[in-house]
Each structure stands twice: as structure tokens, then as C-alpha cells.
Ligand binder design. Structure first.
Ligand SMILES: [Zn+2]
Length: 209
């Protein structure tokens, strides 16, 4: 089997799903997600941007304290394929340093901005030990505000054991994303899914019992 470049799901027989949020933290939308996940004792993964963390350090600490995972989404959200190896490394390590300062631990998963990467990006991440995390429901395009119904109908088709789902809690008005996630989370819990972090999901990979 060819080497997997981007992880969009893991194979597992366990009823688990990892919901992820990009581009935060955001003072309006991120706390609403904390609330939604707290109500169901679920955990999420927030792929945070360094610049956003620097502006909202309290939300980074709160996410970690609530048991959510903070993933690396670079410092300034560039297209990594367009950067020199040095700049790419600086983007990743700048984020890493800030997460460590604020929470005491380094991020261990990374999502490249725009899901954009080159072969060079891949080898840098491999060297750094970062799995690159994609998602199954990218066609929901929640970042474009296509309507709550569209976000939900596309995403529901991607629900299954080991799925990774993407939404956004930063950059612009994210109220559609929040509304969709509120409905989706309720449905998933009713269907018996446990909401886990990406790292927790990766540990279950291949666990078919
Ligand atoms: Zn992003």
C-alpha cells in the first residue's frame, strides 16, 4: 500500500468520531463549541492559528483544560507548498512554541492550511513527526457559508466509525458552522458515537477486535 499522505479517517470497529475545527480560537464562536461539547462530555480537536492564539491566549488554555486537543495549523496560515523549507519550518515551530507556552504541551497533529502541501512539506512533517490530518467532509465547505442544511447533508454522508470531520470556528461569520455542529453533535450522540480527539482516534487505528 502506498504511503498515506493525509489522514482523513482511521479504520476501527469502535464507534468513535473526531470533530475538528480550524482557524480559531475566536472569542465569539469557540466558546459556543466548548459549551456544545461539554454538554455531551465530548472532546474535539482545534487546529489553531498562531496569530489567533496570540490574540486569544485564554481560549487556548481553556480548550486544553477542557480536554480538547490543540493541533498545529501554522502561525500565519500560508500555503505551505509555496514556502521555502526554512519558512515552512518556522511556521510550524512558531505555532508549536506558542501552544507549549500556553498549555505546557506541544501539538502532535497538524493540518496544513487549505489542505495544501508539497512533497517537500511532507518530508518536513515526517521529520518533525507530525501526522497530517485531513477530513472526509471537505465538500461541506462550511467556510463558504453554504447553508446549514448543505453542511449537514454532506457531513452526514461522511459519518462512520473512525471518521474525521472538519468545520471552522475562525475567520469570518461562523454561525452556520456552529448551528450545524450543534445539530450534528446531538445526532451523533443519539447514534451512540463517542466524540474523541484526533490523537485518541489515531491510537484506535486498526483496532478491529
Ligand atoms: Zn485554516
Amino acid at each position: 500500500m502506498a504511503e498515506v499522505e493525509m489522514i482523513n479517517e482511521v479504520q476501527t470497529s469502535e464507534r468513535v468520531i473526531a470533530i475538528t475545527f480550524d482557524d480559531g480560537p475566536n472569542p465569539i464562536f469557540t466558546p459556543q463549541l466548548f459549551q456544545i461539547f461539554s454538554e455531551v462530555q465530548g472532546r474535539a480537536t482545534f487546529f489553531m492559528i498562531g496569530e489567533q492564539m496570540a490574540e486569544n491566549p485564554g481560549l487556548v488554555k481553556q480548550a486544553a483544560a477542557l480536554g480538547h486537543e490543540i493541533g498545529n495549523h501554522t502561525y500565519t496560515h500560508p500555503k505551505l507548498s509555496e514556502l521555502s523549507p526554512e519558512s515552512c519550518l518556522a511556521e510550524v515551530e512558531g505555532n508549536e512554541k506558542l501552544v507549549q507556552e500556553l498549555t505546557g504541551v506541544k501539538p502532535v497533529v497538524l493540518r496544513p492550511p487549505y489542505l495544501d502541501y508539497s512533497g517537500e512539506t511532507l518530508s518536513i512533517m515526517k521529520e518533525k513527526g507530525y501526522p497530517m490530518i485531513g477530513a472526509l467532509n471537505t465538500e461541506a465547505q462550511d467556510w463558504d457559508q453554504p447553508g446549514v442544511d448543505h453542511i449537514l447533508s454532506v457531513t452526514r454522508k461522511c459519518v462512520g466509525n473512525g471518521s474525521i470531520l472538519i468545520f471552522h470556528d475562525g475567520y469570518g461569520d461562523r454561525s452556520q458552522s456552529i448551528k450545524a455542529v450543534r445539530i450534528l453533535v446531538k445526532e451523533l450522540i443519539e447514534q451512540g458515537y463517542q466524540l474523541v480527539t484526533v490523537s485518541e482516534l489515531l491510537k484506535l487505528a486498526g483496532n478491529k477486535e
